[in-house]
Design a protein around this ligand. Structure first.
Ligand code: C2E
Ligand code: MG
Ligand code: MG
Length: 392
C-alpha cells in the first residue's frame, strides 16, 4: 500500500498498553494518516488491545460513539468490532492491512466520522472534475467496460462485471475510483447508477440475442443507491424494459452497505432475491468479514478483495486469509470469486483451493463490449491448460 501524499487527519484513541504493539500500530498508520493520539471518547477511531482486560473495559465508554478496532492478544491478530454491536471477527494481524481496515471502517461510519476527514486528492478532484462530471452523462462521456469472471475448473466465462468509465474530453479515461466518490457526494450516483444498470442489462440481453453463451452481468451498487427508496422497483423496471431475465443480472454489494441498516437492508435484499437476481459481496475481507452477517443476508457469492489475492502467493498471511475465505464461503454454500488475479501461480493456488471463479488481468482487463463478447464466446480453457497440462 503506497503512502497518501495528502493523508487525512485521524484522531486516534489508543487503548494499547504494550509499548511495542502501540509503536507497531503507529508506524503502520503513520504513512496513511496525520495521526493525533487523543484521550477520551471523542475520537474518530479507537484501537483496543483485546488481550488487555482493562483496555477492553475502557473501550466500553467509547462503544457507540466511535468505531472500535480491536487488536488480538500481543498483536497476533486484528479484530474488527462494529460500533455498538458485539460482532468480533479475527483475521491475522498485518501492518499493511491495518491502514486498509481503518479506512474501510471510517468509510462505513460515514457521515458521522468520515464526513470531516479532509482528503487531498478528493479535494483536488472536486475542483478539477466536479463541474464537467455534472454534464458527463448528457454528453455521452460515460460508458461501461466489461471484465470476464472465469470458472476455474473449466475456463468458461460465467459472468462479466460492468465497470464505469469516463472519457473526459481533455483528461482521457478517468478512473472510477476518482469520480465515483464525487458522484456519491453530489447524489448523481443515483441517476448514473441507474443508467449503468440499464446499459449493462441492455448489453447482456443483446449478447443473448446474438446467440452468445449466457452469462450474468454484474453491476456495482453504491451505498447511496441502496439508501434510496425504490431500488427494488428500479431493478424490476430495468429488467422489464430491457427484457433481460433476472438470472442474467447480479448486483455487487459491499460489506459496509450490508451493515449500515441491517433490517431495512435485509428486507430489500430478500425482495431482490425473490425476483431471481443474484447478489454478491464485493471486496470481501476488507470490512468486517463476519460469518454471522454473511449467513444472514441472501447473497450468492463472495468476491475476495484483490489485496488478499495479491499477497496470496507472496506471504503466509495472504495465503491464510484467502484460504480461510474460500473455505468459509464454501461451508456456507456460496460461490467464491477471487478478484485481481494477475499471475498463473495465483490461478494455480486458487485451483488447488477449489475456488470457484477468478477475475483479473491474467484473463482480461475490463474491455469494451465487443471485446468482452469475444471472451464470452471463446472462454479461457486454452489459457488455463496452456502450461498446466490437463485441466484440473
Ligand atoms: P471493484 O468493483 O472491486 O472492481 C474491480 C476493480 O479492480 C476494477 O477497477 C478493475 O479494473 C480492477 N481490476 C480487475 N482485475 C485486476 C487485476 O488483475 N489487477 C488490478 N490491479 N486491478 C484489477 P476499476 O474499474 O478502476 O473500478 C474501481 C472501483 O470503482 C470498482 O471496484 C467499484 O467499486 C467502482 N465502480 C466501478 N464501476 C462502478 C459502477 O458502475 N457503480 C458503482 N457504484 N461503482 C463502480
Ligand atoms: Mg465490483
Ligand atoms: Mg472488488
Amino acid at each position: 500500500m503506497s503512502a497518501d501524499p495528502h493523508p487525512p487527519e485521524l484522531a486516534l484513541r489508543l487503548l494499547v498498553r504494550d509499548q511495542e504493539l502501540a509503536d507497531a500500530v503507529r508506524s503502520a498508520l503513520a504513512p496513511h494518516f496525520r495521526l493525533t493520539v487523543v484521550d477520551g471518547a471523542r475520537c474518530d477511531l479507537a484501537l483496543v488491545d483485546a488481550g488487555d482486560a482493562r483496555a477492553c473495559e475502557l473501550s466500553g465508554g467509547i462503544r457507540g460513539a466511535a468505531p472500535i478496532l480491536a487488536l488480538g492478544p500481543a498483536g497476533a491478530c486484528l479484530e474488527a468490532v462494529e460500533a455498538g454491536a458485539n460482532d468480533w471477527v479475527t483475521t491475522p494481524f498485518e501492518p499493511g492491512l491495518l491502514a486498509h481496515r481503518v479506512r474501510t471502517m471510517l468509510r462505513a461510519a460515514q457521515p458521522a466520522v468520515a464526513g470531516h476527514l479532509p482528503s487531498g486528492p478528493r479535494e483536488a478532484d472536486r475542483t478539477a472534475l466536479g463541474p464537467s462530471l455534472q454534464r458527463a452523462l448528457q454528453r455521452g462521456e460515460l460508458l461501461l467496460h466489461y471484465q470476464p469472471r472465469v470458472e476455474l475448473a473449466t475456463g468458461t466465462v460465467l459472468a462479466v462485471e460492468a465497470l464505469l468509465r469516463w472519457k473526459h474530453p481533455e483528461l482521457g479515461l478517468v478512473s472510477p475510483a476518482r469520480f465515483i466518490p464525487l458522484l456519491e457526494e453530489s447524489g448523481q450516483i443515483v441517476e448514473i447508477g441507474e443508467w449503468a444498470l440499464r446499459e449493462a442489462c441492455r448489453q447482456n440481453r443483446a449478447w443473448r440475442d446474438a446467440g452468445l453463451p449466457h452469462v450474468r452481468v454484474a453491476v456495482n451498487l453504491s451505498s447511496v443507491q441502496f439508501r434510496e427508496p425504490g431500488l427494488e422497483g428500479t431493478i424490476a423496471r430495468v429488467l422489464e424494459d430491457t427484457g433481460l431475465a433476472p438470472e442474467g443480472l447480479e448486483l455487487e454489494l459491499t460489506e459496509s452497505m450490508l451493515l449500515r441498516d441491517a433490517d431495512a437492508t435485509l428486507e430489500a435484499l430478500h425482495t431482490i432475491q425473490s425476483m431471481g437476481v443474484h447478489m454478491s459481496i464485493d471486496d470481501f475481507g476488507t470490512g468486517y468479514s463476519s460469518l454471522s452477517y454473511v449467513k444472514r443476508f441472501p447473497v450468492d457469492a463472495l468476491k475476495i478483495d484483490q489485496s488478499f489475492v495479491r499477497d496470496m502467493t507472496a506471504s503466509p498471511t495472504g495465503s491464510a486469509i484467502t484460504t480461510s475465505i474460500v473455505l468459509m464461503g464454501k461451508s456456507l454454500g456460496l460461490a467464491v470469486v477471487a478478484e485481481g488475479v494477475e499471475t498463473r501461480s495465483q490461478v494455480e493456488f486458487l485451483r488447488v483451493l477449489e475456488c470457484d471463479e477468478a477475475q483479473g488481468y491474467f484473463f482480461s482487463r475490463p474491455v469494451p463490449a465487443e471485446a468482452a463478447a469475444e471472451c464470452i464466446r471463446t472462454g479461457f480453457a486454452a489459457l488455463l491448460d496452456a502450461r498446466t497440462g490437463a485441466a484440473a
